[in-house]
Design a protein around this ligand. Structure first.
Ligand code: ZN
Ligand code: ZN
Length: 271
């Protein structure tokens, strides 16, 4: 049996979140389990995986394999997928957080290499552009929050109150009373994305917010306010990566201590 390296184990009231680095399920996924694998990121260094600017997260459940964003370089993405022994043919759905190259560029090659026709979910604002580019693909425009798969939801199209007019969607994974929010770049503002999540699922506990937080231009003072806001919104754990920025990541690591989680290239979570 392959040795499993559990770096961190967090036990919650109604769920278990494991982190491992060996590319295998900690146990067989059952109807309530998710595996979240960071297969493309500019942060992290793992075995034979290539590191490049962008983000892509592979989500596996007992029923399905779903991709959240595709990263920026198709060769890197396809190499990483094959080095992790993941099977692109199993992908049934692809969710694109927003229309930036470092999240969408590898879509062409995924569709070319996929024997079937995975459903693609983009924010409604970008639907026309994607339909033009991929006329044969099954593309859906997301307006408000909606279910994508069993226990998987999109926040719907978000435009932040921070003045950024770029539309973005986050992905919500639900396990019993627990909830995970995955973000691409959070151009609409990480705090606003969390607030939206709390509106959609007011009774769920937000166990983890993971992905790009886009705080590279923020001052430490501004980062401190955001960190406080996330705690006030009862986010339990954060895993900022990709475009979050070094200053913000260092601040969060210090401020959140055990509730700061590294989820970078090659790292995985189960819950
Ligand atoms: Zn972006
Ligand atoms: Zn990005």
């Amino acid at each position: 049996m392959k040795r499993r390296a559990f770096v961190k184990t967090l036990v919650f009231a109604s769920g278990v979140l494991y982190k491992t680095t060996d590319g295998m399920f900690q146990s067989k996924p059952d109807k309530e389990s998710f595996r979240i694998s960071m297969i493309y990121n500019n942060i992290g260094d793992y075995k034979n995986l290539k590191n490049a600017w962008g983000l892509s997260i592979w989500i596996e459940t007992i029923n399905n394999n779903i991709l959240f964003d595709t990263g920026g370089d198709a060769n890197v993405l396809l190499d990483n997928i094959s080095n992790l022994n993941l099977d692109i043919q199993k992908l049934s759905k692809i969710i694109l957080s927003h229309n930036h190259w470092d999240h969408t560029n590898a879509l062409d090659d995924i569709l070319e290499n996929h024997a079937g026709s995975p459903e693609i979910f983009v924010v409604k604002n970008d639907l026309e552009e994607f339909l033009k580019k991929y006329p044969a693909a099954k593309i859906k425009g997301v307006n408000s929050f909606q279910q994508i798969d069993k226990d998987i939801w999109t926040t719907g199209e978000l435009i932040g109150t921070n003045g950024n007019t770029l539309c973005e969607q986050g992905l919500l994974l639900v396990h019993e009373r627990n909830l995970v929010l995955l973000t691409g770049c959070s151009h609409s503002g990480i705090v606003d994305m969390v607030k939206r999540t709390k509106q959609i699922f007011p009774d769920k506990s937000l166990e983890l917010v993971a992905g790009g937080f886009h705080l590279g231009t923020k001052s430490i003072k501004e980062i401190a306010v955001i960190s406080k806001d996330l705690k006030a919104l009862k986010v339990k754990n954060i895993a900022p990566s990709h475009c979050t920025g070094d200053n913000a990541i260092n601040y969060f690591r210090n401020d959140w201590q055990d509730n700061f989680i590294d989820l970078n290239l090659g790292e995985e979570y189960y819950f």
